[in-house]
Design a protein around this ligand. Structure first.
Ligand SMILES: N[C@@H](CCC(=O)N[C@@H](CS)C(=O)NCC(=O)O)C(=O)O
Length: 201
């Protein structure tokens, strides 16, 4: 399998899921401005949506959208319990977290990096983001993970979006539960391996 990624971007969550699942993966970086892959290919031919992550399966099938990729990867390694059994109340809770992280934390944080969004708009979305982070901090509580005792794909995703916060002027120390979660997830061997492979540590 091949994961198209950008170091430290949202694709890190898919990368963490793959490492946690123990799935062998080849990585290829993408320049998100030129839409060229590190190998010089046209990334738009892989994902016409032009964004990462994109996962190319061994049979050539291309899967996009981080949440879909993470759920797919969790399904490849049921023994790793990266997602609860589909249809259970815990599974729905997982989906609730994944959607919240994707549509609230990920997108509101991503807007802060945009070169085209005005400072005025950024200030508005930042205020909403701060409220969402307050909520995540409260709902997570002591955890240790979002669903309780067991690490799931949502934890790798929360870790990824929280790792961006200092770069947009948010000290994670403001949210002690998120800060503790971030450190806890960072210490996992699979996460260390993903960070190392992306050149982040
Ligand atoms: N809906 C997509 C969004 C992915 C996304 O926002 N990717 C960003 C990096 S974190 C990106 O590639 N942006 C470049 C672009 O949109 O042109 C998902 O959840 O996977």
């Amino acid at each position: 399998m091949k994961l198209y990624y950008k170091a430290g971007a949202c694709s890190l969550a898919s990368h963490i899921a793959l490492r946690e699942a123990g799935v062998a993966v080849e990585l290829e970086a993408v320049d998100l401005v030129t839409k060229k892959t590190a190998g010089g290919a046209d990334f738009l031919a892989v994902n016409p949506k032009g964004y990462i992550p994109a996962l190319v399966q061994d049979d050539g099938t291309v899967l996009t959208e981080g949440v879909a990729i993470m759920l797919y990867v969790a399904g490849l390694a049921p023994d790793k319990a990266l997602a609860p059994k589909p249809g259970t109340a815990d599974y729905i809770k997982l989906v609730e977290w994944l959607v919240f992280i994707a549509t609230e934390l990920h997108k509101l944080s991503g807007a802060q990096f945009s070169p085209v969004i005005t400072d005025e708009s950024k200030a508005v979305t930042k205020a909403i983001l701060l409220r969402r982070l307050d909520y995540a901090n409260e709902a997570l509580g002591k955890g240790p993970y979002l669903l309780g005792e067991t690490f799931t794909i949502a934890d790798g995703y929360l870790f990824t979006v929280c790792s961006w916060q200092p770069r947009i002027g948010h000290d994670l120390a403001k949210w002690p539960n998120l800060a503790a979660h971030n450190a806890r997830v960072a210490s996992r061997p699979a996460v260390q391996a993903a960070l190392k492979a992306e050149g982040l540590i």
